[in-house]
Design a protein around this ligand. Sequence first.
Ligand SMILES: Cc1ncc(COP(=O)(O)O)c(C=O)c1O
Length: 370
Amino acid sequence: MSREVPLIDLSRMEPIVAKTVAAAIERVRHSGRYLLGSELATFEAAFAAWCGTDHCVGVANGTDALELALRALDCGSGDVVATVANAGIYATVAILAVGATPLYVDIDADCMTMSAAALEAAMSPAVKVVIATHLYGRLADLDALAAAAPGVALIEDCAQAHGAMRDHVRAGAFGAIGCFSFYPTKNLGAMGDAGALTTDDPDLAATLRALRSYGWSKRFVATRSGGRNSRLDEMQAAVLSAKLPYVEGWNARRREIAAIYEQTLSGLNLQLPNTGTVSHVVHLYVVRAGNRDDLAARLRAAGIGCEVHYPVPDYRQPAVVAALGALAPLAETERAVAEVLTLPCHPWMSDDEVTQVATAVRASLNANEG
Ligand SMILES: Cc1ncc(COP(=O)(O)O)c(C=O)c1O
């Protein structure tokens, strides 16, 4: 009887990082400094260098990063922010938090990131910012999006794309601001909540530093409105510094697993993601199946972890309908939401487990068609 294959198992990372993470935690324990200290400064410098940006500003989580990015760009009431509706509700939560209005733009059928043609068609002078999500680990086509929305500030949501690269430029270094989550399951994950922003603009960086600490320009002096308490603490910063050197290798292993899936799942009635280049860091390995719910049920019955990322488009979320009223559905978004299914793909999976997943997928599809 084969063993269950979980969607992800973070406990397998533990022995790999045990020594450096333990040392990091000990450093913080003995430092007597738990917020805005040297661990944060060290991680911010290392992560900025890794992303290829001049600045990194650590914050409490990825959703705060999106919200503070919008605030730093003076985006608020009366402004419109273009974004997608198939990427979890994170961008929408941030947009609504600053009092702006989301404009949902449809996705490309192939890559499931924002369609530049749809953005161009939806553009109006009210659009102040575009939030482009690098979904599942794949870089959105930022050049095409920038061309479709000339002069509009571009925020990259890099929460699923740490290290994704095109022409030697990494996620977080394309737009005005990059927003990262270090939620534990991310390609670089903390031991709790954490996030960061990247930018080359020193003024934006200074604004973001003020916004994450009550709007203070210096202690007890709030010069910037819209300030929050959203800090990346010393413990999480130290843990992230300890894990950062592993991410490149982990991303390579994710791509290796994707390549095995590519070989073993081709020829089935299944749309596979194109993960062949470094512009995809395979945060999630997402296939599309017309009979998705049947496939998911059969896989779960066979002990294979799988999940739908994400089952409801933002514009159909009850909280969004309550805020904005009913919005028109987007054709490609609806199709993707009905078909996507995430299969196990994390750096600590064995080849045997990958084969076990592929065998179960094949058997499930054959059973479904038989
Ligand atoms: C695409 C995307 N954006 C934003 C977030 C929000 O990050 P957090 O959970 O750290 O707030 C997440 C993940 O959780 C995400 O996957």
